[in-house]
Design a binder for this molecule. Structure first.
Ligand code: FAD
Length: 464
């Protein structure tokens, strides 16, 4: 009788509590991943995240095959498939990592109930630094602001990463079991049209590359993380987000490796606090299930958001005529990733200057980001638009051109992603509408006057 190991957003062998505990039992492991259609839990992630998933599944399968096992990939509802698999193989127990949203937890409860008698579902908090129940205020409530959460988190030891179990035995699933649910990972890749060329150029999605990238970041960039992390034109951040999103690296492995790196205290501290934002997003999703769906600050339910499909399309395509906004949106489209500072700039521009609902931005990011996840994406959109709990106030409106001057001082980021403007520099590069000769190129004129957009946003806020 096998032990069923259900992989989810934890596509690795290293520091994998569910795998580690399952292996201790000593029964052969049956490793399965289920591609769900999101009917019972949260909406599925989009094309870019699935492109990454394709690589992550192949790499995990390869790592299992090297140890004599394999990965079964099924498409369908976990609620049906996990109990069916347990019954068909007479599995003795099921092990997995817990998810955070109440709908996902309810789904896990239904799976536990549908398992045959005496078969238990064991869940572990293996995708975060600390379980969402560890950190609480003195009154026992959950934190709603990051800084006190971060202070409290540091009062708890972060569990030491677990090694890959030395010996693993595997269960061979007969080909005819649930054969109608098996799926070919190739279908996760785009074919017609193949929009993933830029993603392939930029990223190696393998497990080995994940560890190499962590080492590389620590060797070359961690020592100046605090100062360089906001500069969009250089690689000052770790770019580990898609690896963390799909769990190719565990946050605890990253935490301890960074802490033990011997690099300067302010830089490591700053990096670890960013990593803790990832936990804060999951913690918030756990304690505040409205996070992906509605304004946490309900005052904003009355906000007169504009329905402007043309402006939304221009924003999505990186053709707003504001170079720093377009640079960010084109980096996203081309590589599936965007620098954090650029995410803040384009988010502020969408929700303030264009006065378009943050959920439009959230949906576009969910479809186009390789690191998309419900917790980080919706928390950051609510933060950036001022509608969330720990949020930037709505009246704090980024001036995109000043942001570009400060965080892309030499214009490298704009020139990389908006090559039509490559010959310009300084103010003309940031505000090409002040260089009228340029409108001979097909770079668009601004879709909104920045001053007017700002005034309109503030009027809308006053109307609440
Ligand atoms: P680093 O600076 O190297 O940080 C290390 C790790 O810390 C990141 O890989 C990430 O896992 C975590 N982290 C850092 N900042 C944040 C943050 N603000 N919130 C949550 N985790 C953080 N991040 C996602 O992983 N998925 C998303 O869907 C996502 N959507 C976002 C939407 C908006 C509007 C904004 C403003 C930010 C969003 N972020 C999201 C957060 C952040 O932009 C990315 O995590 C970061 O840019 C990833 O680059 P990095 O790995 O080089 O980060």
């Amino acid at each position: 009788r096998p032990t069923l190991l259900w992989f989810r957003d934890d596509l690795r062998l290293d520091d994998h509590p569910a795998l580690y505990e399952a292996a201790q039992i000593g029964r052969p492991l049956l490793c399965v991943f289920i591609l769900e259609n999101g009917q019972t839990a949260l909406p599925p992630l989009g094309g870019a995240a699935h492109w990454w998933l394709h690589g992550a599944l192949s790499s995990l399968r390869h790592a299992l095959e090297e140890r004599g096992g394999t990965l079964i990939t099924l498409r369908g509802e976990a609620e049906t498939l996990i109990p069916a698999l347990a019954r068909a193989t007479q599995a003795a127990s099921v092990h997995t990592h817990a998810r955070f949203h109440e709908r996902e937890r309810a789904q896990e409860d239904r799976i536990a109930q549908a398992l045959p008698d005496q078969v238990a579902l064991h869940k572990y908090w293996g995708t975060v630094l600390l379980s969402p129940n560890t950190v609480a205020t003195k009154s026992g409530a959950s934190y709603r602001v990051f800084t006190p959460f971060w202070k409290a988190l540091q009062q708890h030891p972060i569990p030491t990463p677990l090694p890959i179990p030395r010996t693993l035995q595997f269960f061979a699933l007969p080909d005819d079991v649930l054969s109608e649910y098996r799926f070919d990972e190739e279908t996760l890749r785009p074919h017609h049209p193949d929009w993933a060329e830029g993603l392939r150029e930029r990223w190696d999605t393998s497990l080995i590359a994940a560890h190499e990238q962590l080492d590389d970041f620590i060797t070359h960039d961690l020592a100046h993380y605090e100062t360089d992390r906001n500069l969009m034109g250089q690689e000052g951040t770790s770019c580990l987000s898609p690896r963390l999103a799909w769990g190719q690296l565990s946050p605890r492995r990253v935490w301890h490796t960074v802490r033990q790196s011997g690099k300067s205290q302010p830089d490591t501290r700053c990096y670890l606090s960013e990593l803790a934002w990832r936990d804060f997003a999951r913690y918030t999703l756990y304690h505040t299930p409205d996070l992906p769906f509605r304004n946490l600050n309900q005052k904003f339910d009355r906000m007169p958001w504009r329905n402007d499909p043309k402006a939304l399309r221009a924003w999505q395509q990186g053709r707003t005529g504001i170079p720093i906004v377009d640079a960010g949106m084109r980096e996203l489209w081309h590589t599936g990733w965007m620098h954090n500072r650029a995410r803040m700039i384009v988010g502020s521009f969408l929700t303030r200057h264009l006065l378009i609902h943050w959920r439009e931005g959230e949906a576009w990011f969910r479809d186009t980001l390789i690191d998309a996840d419900h917790a980080s994406n919706s928390m950051n959109w609510q933060w950036v638009s001022g509608t969330g709990i720990d949020a930037t106030p709505f009246f704090r409106i980024f001036n995109p051109t000043l942001q570009a001057e400060k965080f892309d001082p030499h214009g490298d980021y704009i020139r990389t992603w908006v090559p039509e403007l490559r010959s310009l520099s300084g103010k003309e590069l940031r505000e090409p509408w002040t260089a009228p000769s340029l409108f001979k190129t097909d770079y668009p004129a601004p879709i909104i006057d920045l001053k007017e957009g700002r005034a309109r946003a503030l009027d809308a806020l006053r109307s609440l």
